[in-house]
Design a protein around this ligand. Structure first.
Ligand SMILES: [Fe+2]
Length: 321
């Protein structure tokens, strides 16, 4: 009998009662498709809601509950910047948001997020006493390591709340893990909101001012150091979001999969999710697309920012040496 385990990954569904109502329908479609395709576990790597509004958390809870997914064994979620700070949603908000974000209580919103999805953190191993992150969750043949890459607001370091960082506590906890060697028996997956690649050259074409601002305010700080740390932990996969596109890329022998084009690609032409399949000791990652409106297929292609369909190779790796 074959030994198979499938993880489906999406990011940035940006659920909101006020804005992007179509995302609610798209999110439900994605969940149904992932479950129908045989996902054993689903990962959402942040920005599950768009405005950090308590009611939107409960909207997300209700949808997940209706799909029998509010369980630790079935679902892993980490926070994105929109889950903590929200963000500008209308053109006029671009001017008021930098002021508004100063009044947001980071600790309260972090707790709100953790309480809203408390069931999904049950049974995880916490690596430090004062924070939920990082945590380790064992599902099937995988260790899932959940991180919080959302730092508090700071005028210099994080003026719009969109930059990424791992605090010292999380770095220390991960460094201690390397010496303990407890991750050696399974395939290790990091789940984190922020990306580790650069914006595409085409993103800069035309000298778009907003794109330049975006590239300076959406960075993951110290990402080279963090990738080295991931290497020392024998991490094989990093599942993330934040920049709204789906793509798979390799950095230093680790496979990174971005799932943030799930409902938000620009323009939205497909719904998308990543599938990580473990089969008889080997893993591969694919991007799946669902044409809109509402007809399901499983084409392993992805759109880049320039909207040209690209061939996405299937990456195969042995989970352990
Ligand atoms: Fe984000």
């Amino acid at each position: 009998m074959k030994n198979i385990f499938q993880i489906a990954h999406i990011s940035d569904p940006h659920l909101s009662r006020q804005h992007y109502r179509e995302h609610i329908k798209s999110f439900k479609m994605l969940l149904r498709s992932m479950l129908n395709e045989g996902a054993d576990h689903i990962i959402i790597s942040g920005d599950i809601v768009s405005t950090a509004d308590e009611d939107d958390y409960y909207l997300a809870r209700e949808i997940l509950s209706n799909h029998q997914l509010l369980e630790s064994s079935k679902l892993t979620i980490v926070p994105g910047n929109h889950d903590i700070f929200g963000g500008p949603h209308r053109a006029i908000d671009v001017f008021s948001f930098p002021q508004h974000i100063r009044s947001i209580d980071y600790t309260r919103h972090t707790e709100l997020f953790q309480n809203a999805f408390a069931e999904t953190f049950q049974g995880v191993t916490r690596l430090n006493e004062t924070s939920l992150f990082p945590f380790i969750k064992i599902v099937g043949p995988f260790n899932i390591i959940g991180l919080n890459s959302i730092p508090p607001w700071s005028f210099r370091q994080n003026p719009l709340g969109t930059n990424g960082m791992l605090d010292d506590q999380q770095i220390d906890a991960l460094e201690k893990l390397t010496s303990l060697g407890i991750l050696a028996d399974r395939t290790n997956i990091i789940v984190v909101h922020h990306h580790f690649n650069d914006l595409l050259q085409s993103d800069y074409d035309g000298g778009k001012l907003w794109t330049k601002i975006e590239s300076n305010t959406m960075r993951m700080k110290k990402r080279k150091k963090i990738v080295r740390l991931f290497q020392s932990l024998n991490v094989r996969y990093v599942l993330h979001g934040h920049i709204h596109r789906n793509e798979i890329y390799n950095r230093s022998g680790i496979l990174f999969a971005n799932g943030a084009g799930a409902v938000c690609d620009d323009p939205v032409r497909f719904l998308k999710y990543n599938v990580l399949t473990y089969l008889d000791g080997y893993c591969n990652v694919k991007i799946r697309q669902l044409p809109i409106p509402y007809q399901i297929s499983t084409v392993t292609q992805a759109l880049h920012r320039n909207h040209q369909p690209l061939r996405i190779p299937v990456f195969a790796m042995k989970p352990m040496e």
